[in-house]
Design a protein around this ligand. Structure first.
Ligand SMILES: [Zn+2]
Length: 70
């Protein structure tokens, strides 16, 4: 069910807009989906940091070892 803040009535969630005033309820799912996408993007960033930092340290360590072994 949806609630129209304009006319303070509850109407079917199947309806795209309020049957009384025709104003569509602000769709929360869009921002929710966007923030969900942001969250997954942040998670992906953290995953790359979690993978990238140890790899970077390993590469630097190997480079130092190679440089000192020359
Ligand atoms: Zn309305």
């Amino acid at each position: 069910m949806r609630y129209c803040k304009n006319c303070h009535i509850v109407y079917s969630s199947q309806a795209a807009a309020c049957p009384k005033c025709g104003i569509a309820e602000p769709i929360k799912t869009d921002s929710d989906a966007a923030s969900e996408a942001d969250r997954s993007e942040i998670r992906r960033d953290w995953l790359w940091i979690a993978i990238g930092v140890p790899v970077l340290i390993g590469v630097i360590y190997l480079l130092i070892k190679i440089i000192y072994s020359l």
